[in-house]
Design a protein around this ligand. Structure first.
Ligand code: 0RA
Length: 632
């Protein structure tokens, strides 16, 4: 053993639980919400270990009043016999000594040695109170602790519990900034655990709110896949399910394709979500690519063109779960969520190829749409490459023809110019007449813009409206995007204040978000806000831009001889009115579109985009912080 390792071990032993209380973050990451919930997961993981060993069928979690939480399982219980070295009951050693998990049998699958893996004693040390009730050979034992120290000796108690363990504790206010446990956060993880352990029953309830969730998935990860795809259109009804063993290692895979283009693969090792991937994920991907290419080679020999699919081609629209159970998982990476066991790559690859080969042979009906989708993906990839090259070459040309419908401005300095993207030809016409042609350019947009989320890049780039926007802006898209080439300082979206208008605006924003994100980050995109009402009395005309403004205007002008016009579209205003109310920099109201947290927004976009349109609209209009001032 290396000298340094030896010393490190010694220090930890010497420190004991006092060290845990002095430096809690070293053990649980932080003392915020995450760290707090770490305590719960540590205990839950121990119960799940019992389930993985086939010894536990039910786990119950109760958020009690007064800040207590209890976790009950029907597993084997915690050993109580005297510990050979410490001469104390094993359970007391497990609860009061660092790294005394007591599960040295490497044949069993354990997660408690993995991600959370800090041991029950850490939970105990960081709880102002903890009590444990456990059953061994039909007898019930009890002990209670405070801040890691036993309050009394382990004792046998009467009780009708036949099996299992109940641990009840209260996180320490001296340690945690906030000690409120989140029902939803815990419930979400429990649900995932239930999916990953077919048939395991998990219940969680909150005594304060009487909320209660019950999870039991007889279909296991197949149910998980169906749940993830529930809002998507799938191209084959039943997920494909593969299960196989290689020695001690169990490999379980479920997959299903939908008609979208994103890949959604989740991998787990002993129910730990391996967010950073690892050897099992690599094995699955290469197995899938091989299996699909093999099938094409075998079954479409008459097709002239030889196509070889890339991995990406085989994963378009794929939702998959890879769940591995193995005796000694090695968790690596920044967040310890990357599976490192090198033997897993080959194992998962061969299980995937073998399983899929057999499935494809036996289920030609299901296989056909999958193969066709992958081939289409390969063709689209080629087409997209060409389409991009085309926009690249075009914008490289000096005398790039601008679309005829653009009414350009005279100003060449982009710092002083603006571009209005206007919904419809008629409003476009008014805007062209009403504008200040010195610095305002108008591009009318006809009909509906493509939903860029649901459309492959080759289609997006060949859509006429999108192409005119790209050409007019002059910046290129995606990795070719160069903000220095922009031809206008402000890009102003001007649409009707109705459902179609907000739809077009949403699609435009999605396009900018996906293909020209820096424009949003640099606050170049604006939304024009035409007035909602015109209030007239005699020759007097007042515009109101919101319901509140309408109210205050009415109370100011009185009730007599007043007429109110409600604008439904830009077309109801003539060119002077449009200039005066919506385009004159001195009077107009505009909102800048900003993404305060682009990373987070990207996630939300990815989650919601391409799904139901209602969702999308709801997202754009309910996240006022991310898309600022975007009121309708
Ligand atoms: C040490 C050894 C064994 C099980 C456990 C601890 C154990 C811990 C917890 C925490 C909550 N529920 C639990 N259930 C069991 C193995 C016991 C054996 O081999 O019989």
């Amino acid at each position: 053993m290396a000298q340094s390792e030896y010393t490190a071990n010694n220090i930890q032993v010497l420190e004991g639980l006092d060290g845990v209380r002095k430096r809690p973050s070293m053990y649980i990451g932080d003392t915020d919400t995450r760290g707090l919930h770490h305590l719960v997961y540590e205990i839950v993981d121990n119960a799940v270990d019992e389930a993985l060993a086939g010894e536990c069928k039910k786990i119950e979690v109760v958020l009690e009043k007064g800040g207590y939480i209890s976790i009950t399982d029907d597993g084997r219980g915690i050993p109580v016999e005297p510990h050979p070295i410490h001469k104390r009951p094993a359970i007391e050693v497990v609860m009061t000594k660092l790294h005394a998990g007591g599960k040295f049998d490497s044949k069993s699958y354990i997660i408690s040695g993995g991600l959370h893996g800090v041991g029950l004693s850490v939970v105990n040390a960081l709880s102002e109170f903890l009590e444990v009730e456990t059953t061994r050979e039909g007898l019930v034992y009890y002990q209670k602790y405070s801040r890691g120290k036993p309050l009394e000796d382990l004792k046998q108690i009467s009780g009708d519990r036949k099996r299992g363990t109940k641990i009840r504790f209260k996180p320490d206010k001296e340690i945690f900034k906030k000690t409120e446990l989140s029902f939803d956060y815990i419930s979400q993880r429990l649900r995932e655990i239930a999916f990953l352990n077919k048939g395991l029953v998990i219940e969680i309830q909150d005594e304060t709110t009487n909320k209660r969730h019950f999870f039991e998935y007889k279909g296991g990860i197949t149910s998980f896949i169906k749940d993830i795809n529930k809002n998507r259109d799938v191209i084959h009804e039943e997920p494909i399910y593969l299960f196989n063993k290689r020695g001690d290692i169990e490999v379980e895979i479920a997959l299903q394709y939908n008609d979208g283009y994103k890949e959604n693969i989740f991998s787990f090792a002993n129910t730990v979500n391996t967010q950073e991937g690892g050897t099992h994920l690599i094995g699955f991907k290469s197995g899938l690519t091989r299996a699909i290419n093999d099938y094409i080679r075998k079954n479409r020999p008459t097709k002239k063109e030889e196509i070889s699919l890339s991995g990406e081609d085989t994963r378009e629209g794929l939702t998959a779960i890879i769940s591995i159970k193995l005796p000694e998982p090695q968790f690596e990476g920044q967040t310890k969520t990357k599976l490192g066991n090198s033997e897993l790559k080959g194992i998962v690859e061969s299980v995937t190829i073998e399983g899929l080969n057999q499935f494809f042979e036996e289920n030609p009906k299901t296989t056909k749409p999958i193969i066709e989708k992958s081939i289409l993906a390969a063709r689209a990839r080629e087409a997209a490459k060409k389409a991009k090259e085309l926009t690249r070459r075009k914008s490289a040309l000096e005398n790039d023809p601008l679309p005829g419908k653009l009414a350009d401005c005279e100003e060449r300095n982009s710092e002083h110019s603006e571009l209005y993207l206007v919904e419809g030809d008629s409003a476009g016409g008014s805007a062209k007449q009403g504008r200040d042609r010195h610095f305002q350019a108008i591009l009318p947009l006809r009909g509906k813009i493509l939903n860029v989320e649901k459309t492959r890049i080759d289609k997006v780039l060949s859509n006429e409206e999108i192409r005119s926007i790209i050409m007019v802006l002059g910046t290129g898209v995606e990795e070719d995007f160069n903000i220095k080439k922009i031809r206008y300082g402000k890009i102003i979206i001007m649409t009707d204040a109705d459902v179609d208008g907000s739809h077009i605006r949403t699609l435009l924003l999605t396009f900018f978000f996906r293909y020209m994100q820096p424009l949003i980050k640099e606050n170049r995109i604006y939304v024009a806000r035409p007035p909602l009402y015109c209030i007239r009395r005699g020759k007097e005309e007042v515009y109101a831009y919101s319901e509140d403004e309408l109210k205050s205007t009415l109370s100011r002008m009185g009730e007599k001889k007043i007429s109110i016009q409600r604008y439904k579209g830009l077309g109801e205003m003539n060119s002077e009115q449009l200039w005066e109310t919506t385009m004159d920099p001195k009077k107009r109201v505009m909102s800048v579109v900003t993404l305060e947290d682009v990373v987070e927004a990207e996630e939300v976009f990815t989650m919601l985009m391409g799904e139901k349109i209602e969702h999308r609209r709801h997202f754009i209009f309910s996240h006022a912080n991310e898309v600022k001032n975007l009121d309708v």
